[in-house]
Design a protein around this ligand. Structure first.
Ligand code: SF4
Ligand code: SF4
Length: 591
């Protein structure tokens, strides 16, 4: 049996997982309208590539990834794009963001798609591209684009692949139920990841010991594969990347270091399943397992839920009692956030909708002053000092917050959970992180603006220097010319004839140019002969036309053709006369 290590801190809140595990993963009727937010991941939002009114098929790309860190979006069902506009999305602030609304046609017709069963023969680059094109972002956390995680690039070779099946937060059972029912496909997904990463020496599935059915479901599929299922004692939180890496390997990642820096990649088990569906079945990420739970719902179970499904649709099929519900939470009771509207859609990272009763999760008690008990520090799995972070956060002291490793905080909520003063510590940390990131962005923007300004200034100065150099060169040339004219004027007074550069010179030069343009008598004669030949041809053509069509023409048309013939004849006579005159004049000159 493989050794495991114990992380600092942690708490043991009531698990409340059994309620949603009494039934297999279910499916919901297709909602009439689905709302796909363009940003469901870390990085740049996707950009819509369909227009309002467009017909789309299930799985069709409806928004392109923009930039290096981004993922595309796909239609969760077939239907019509009925809006592209800002709508409320799943966010603690209740903010709105650009979304694509699809009105279902009820047919759920797939776009043509196919996968690659023998992925071992595909290159890691091709498989990574498939994963990127399928719009897969981490489904267990913040939604980091998976293809980037699988391209560690310049970092060390990957020797350890960790599959995160911890699912340590109370109430949530999406991964547990998926493992129970889809273990074989998940193991195929791990095979794909291993192939992409160059077959790491260690492949570990980390899972808490409160999921015996899931562990039992995995065991037969990992025999002789080199994959180890590593279970460890249940404690909240164990699912943070750094915490899980420590539990499974005993290695502590220093602040600011990524798993890839230590030769490791950590992927959520739901994401692993989505990767299998993308590569082997050719399906983009358009649905996920989401736990619908809480005592305000008569039915607690997991659903394979289309991305974009309104939360209200899930509630409507779960015997939801609005009056019994203390709040609606997206996520679990520790890391989730309260929803301000039930119309927000399920996104790629939505693992749970919790509709608790008032007795399950009562209203927040008012916060009291910090009594410096230190319980928050004892509970922190990241060995931070939550109490200090709270003070610096209140004081908006960003430097001290960063010095105290605020960004190592995984927002697990263990500190808030134990705080006897009911201080919503995590809310302070989230707010401060947002402010610091905003300040960093503004600094980058102002640095760019300053660089642009300095570059512009340099260009202006250089242009001014170039102009001055040209002006100086012109001045010098003018002075030289003046000196030459003065010298020539002196020479003219002494000698005879007009001085070069005088008015007489200019006239003489113009006459010379005119003479050069004159043609010789022979050339002139040839020119007249060519115009006679042209005139003769036009007379002939006009005559032919008149003869050809004479019988069919009206009187008016005949008159027009006759006039044209007459005109051509006149021009011929004029040309002949000009030639005759020229010949006469030239022969007289010769005599
Ligand atoms: S647990 Fe609460 S009261 Fe105790 S030190 Fe931390 S913030 Fe202060
Ligand atoms: S929320 Fe942050 S500070 Fe609080 S216990 Fe978790 S990691 Fe520590």
């Amino acid at each position: 049996m493989r050794s495991t290590w114990v992380t600092p801190g942690g708490v043991h809140p009531p698990e409340n997982k059994h309620q949603s595990l009494t039934m297999p993963i279910g499916s919901l009727p297709i909602p009439e309208k689905l709302l796909v937010p363009l940003s469901q991941h870390i990085g740049a939002p996707a950009k819509a590539c369909v227009k309002v009114g467009a017909k789309v098929l299930k799985g069709q790309k409806i928004a392109e990834a923009t930039g290096a860190v981004s993922v595309p979006m796909h239609a969760p069902t077939s239907g019509t794009v009925t809006a592209i506009e800002d709508r409320p999305i799943a966010h603690s602030s209740g903010m709105s963001a650009p979304c694509i609304e699809i009105t279902s046609d009820g047919k759920d017709t797939w776009i043509d798609h196919k996968g690659v069963a023998d992925f071992e023969h595909a290159s890691p680059q091709a498989l990574t591209k498939t994963i990127a094109d399928a719009g897969i972002a981490g489904m267990g956390g913040a939604g980091f684009p998976s293809a980037i995680k699988l391209s560690p690039g310049h970092r060390r070779p990957i020797n350890t692949l960790i599959i995160n099946a911890t699912e340590c937060e109370p109430y949530i059972t999406a991964d547990d139920s998926a493992i129970r029912e889809r273990a074989a496909e998940i193991i195929t997904g791990i095979g794909i990841l291993s192939h992409i990463l160059g077959n790491p020496v260690n492949i570990l599935i980390g899972i808490e010991d409160n999921k015996p059915e899931a562990i039992a479901a995995l065991e037969p599929h990992v025999a002789d594969t080199g994959i180890s299922v590593v279970s460890f004692p249940t404690k909240y939180p164990s699912g943070g990347e750094k915490q899980l890496i420590y539990i499974l390997t005993g290695k502590e990642l220093p602040s600011g270091q990524l798993p890839a820096d230590a030769g490791m990649v950590c992927i959520n088990i739901g994401t692993t399943y989505a990767i299998k569906r993308a590569v082997v079945n050719g399906e983009p990420l358009i649905s996920r397992v989401t736990t619908m739970t809480g005592n305000a719902c008569g039915i607690n179970r997991n659903y394979e839920t289309l991305i974009g499904t309104p939360v209200s649709h899930m509630l409507a099929h779960s015997e939801f009692n609005e009056h019994a519900c203390s709040r609606l939470v997206m996520g679990g009771p520790m890391m989730g956030f309260s929803l301000t509207s039930a119309e927000v859609p399920i996104v790629k990272t939505t693992n749970c909708i919790l509709a608790p009763s008032y007795s399950e999760i009562p209203d927040d008690e008012p916060a009291q002053a910090c009594i410096r008990c230190g319980m928050c520090a004892e509970a922190c799995p990241a060995s931070l000092l939550p109490q200090q972070l709270f003070w610096y956060s209140q004081a908006e002291d960003h430097d001290r917050l960063e010095a105290h490793n605020l960004f190592d905080c995984i927002e697990c909520g263990a500190c808030s959970y134990v705080c006897p003063s009911n201080i919503p510590l995590v809310q302070y940390y989230r707010h401060s992180k947002g402010e610091i990131l905003k300040a960093r962005e503004e600094k980058v923007k102002s640095d760019h603006a300053r660089e642009r300004f300095e570059f512009h200034q340099q260009r202006m100065e250089q242009a001014e220097k170039d102009k001055e150099a040209k002006r100086a060169a012109r001045r010098e040339a003018a002075e030289k010319a003046k000196a030459t004219v003065a010298a020539n004027a002196g020479t003219a007074k002494e000698g005879t004839g007009p001085a070069p550069g005088s008015a007489a010179d200019i006239i003489a030069a113009a006459q010379a140019r005119a003479a050069a343009k004159q043609v010789s008598p022979e050339e002139q004669q040839a020119k007249f002969e060519r115009s006679i030949a042209g005139a003769e041809m036009r007379v002939q053509m006009a005559t032919d036309k008149l003869v050809e069509t004479n019988a069919k023409q009206t009187e008016d048309q005949k008159n027009i053709l006759n006039a044209a013939l007459e005109g051509a004849k006149q021009k011929l006579e004029q040309a002949q006369a000009r030639l005759a005159e020229h010949v006469k004049k030239h022969s007289e000159q010769v005599k």
